[in-house]
Ligand binder design. Structure first.
Ligand code: KG4
Ligand code: ZN
Length: 343
């Protein structure tokens, strides 16, 4: 079975060809120009998708030696994400489905991330815990099969990547700030400053990162009223990174132990963080738990994970289910409600 998959939920235009669980080609065109605005500008993102999507499709088909007639189905990301961006990819997919008379499979982007560990490593067995951690999402899932998973918890406010990006901006670092903080932290002392680890001791799997950002802002205003913190930036960055990673690692390991799983998957852009990878792997190892951190091309936003999951959905149901073209896109991201501490 060969799937043509399209992903355009945020600022990456990606088209992939996936066959029998293997990625033949995963083309990703990232819109780096947003960095000069300090964040993704939705209207510009959707226009850029429009400009690049045909070229990305052509490149993906050509380099995977695929003619559209050889495709069994088209997969498109429909939620969550930026509405304009989602519309470009999903309508482009619908156009191809009509022209070439192919079934079309709408895919939830977060579900794509959830199963990216199985795409990376076909030997990983259910059930497992997936931590999806990116600029838009932070959530933990208990995953039992390709059609069955439970949300254990999610951020109640901002995603971890958003915190990395906003704190990096306070420190005068360019967007996206996560990789900058990761790089700078290697030269810094993570114990120098103590920043809050919100909700780390709460009896649930939810997260909160907006308080950390506020505390860094107050800290900078109080300690460095002249904004003269340049020499301290590596130590501040390392201390911030440690605070974020401590929470992500603690909650993920707790979830894995409670659910008694043998594997943890980490996915989404923040899963590229070197401290997160190192600390989650070493702590999981002590408990005999395997960690799968997919290659960067499958961690960041990409169409391969969309095609991989679409193929599983198609195999598990009737093709006629996927001839409906009336599905819509949906922006809303996963957010947990604040709950009172029980202890
Ligand atoms: O998954 P992604 O490419 O896009 C979405 O947000 O959906 O994730 C981008 C996020 C940004 O917030 C970026 O700062 C963060 O991932 N990021 C990192 C690192 N690399 C990317 N955060 C921390 N450390 C990194 N090495
Ligand atoms: Zn994503």
């Amino acid at each position: 079975m060969r799937i043509l998959a399209i992903e355009s939920s945020c600022d990456d235009t990606s088209v992939s060809v996936v066959e029998n669980g293997k990625v033949l080609r995963n083309v990703i065109s990232s819109q780096h120009f947003h960095s000069k605005y300090g964040g993704v500008i939705p209207e510009l993102a959707s226009r850029a998708h429009l400009s690049y999507i045909y070229e990305v499709l052509t490149e993906s088909l050509k380099s995977s030696n695929t003619r559209i007639s050889e495709i069994d189905a088209i997969a498109v990301t429909t939620e969550p994400g930026l509405i304009g961006s989602l519309l470009v990819g999903s309508n482009f997919g619908k156009g191809l489905a009509i022209k070439y008379n192919k079934p079309i499979i709408p895919i939830n982007h977060i579900e794509g991330h959830i199963y990216s560990g199985s795409l990376q490593d076909s030997t990983v067995e259910f059930p497992y815990i997936t931590l999806v951690v990116s600029g838009g999402h932070t959530a933990l899932f208990y995953v039992e099969s390709f059609s069955d998973y439970t949300v254990l918890g999610a951020t109640v406010d901002e995603a971890a990547g958003e915190a990395f990006d906003k704190i990096a901006s306070l420190l005068g670092l360019p967007y996206p700030g996560g990789p900058e903080i990761d790089k700078l932290s290697k030269k810094g002392n993570p114990k120098k400053y103590k920043f809050p680890r919100s909700m780390i001791h709460d009896n649930n799997y939810n997260f909160s990162f907006s308080g950390l950002k506020t505390s860094v802002r107050y800290f900078l205003e109080k300690e460095f009223p002249d904004k003269n913190f340049m020499n301290e930036t590596p130590d501040i960055a390392a201390s911030v990174q440690q605070a974020i990673v401590d929470v992500l690692v603690k909650k993920t390991i707790d979830a894995a132990l409670e659910k008694n799983v043998n594997a943890i998957i980490i996915a989404g852009g923040v899963s590229a963080n070197s401290l997160l990878r190192e600390q989650i792997t070493s702590q999981a190892l002590k408990q005999n738990i395997k960690v799968v951190a997919p290659d960067m091309q499958f961690c960041m936003d990409n169409a391969a994970m969309v095609g991989f999951l679409a193929e599983k959905k198609l195999l598990g149901s009737n093709v006629t289910k996927f001839t409906d073209l009336t599905f819509r896109v949906n922006a809303s991201a996963l957010r947990a409600k604040r709950v009172k501490r029980r202890n």
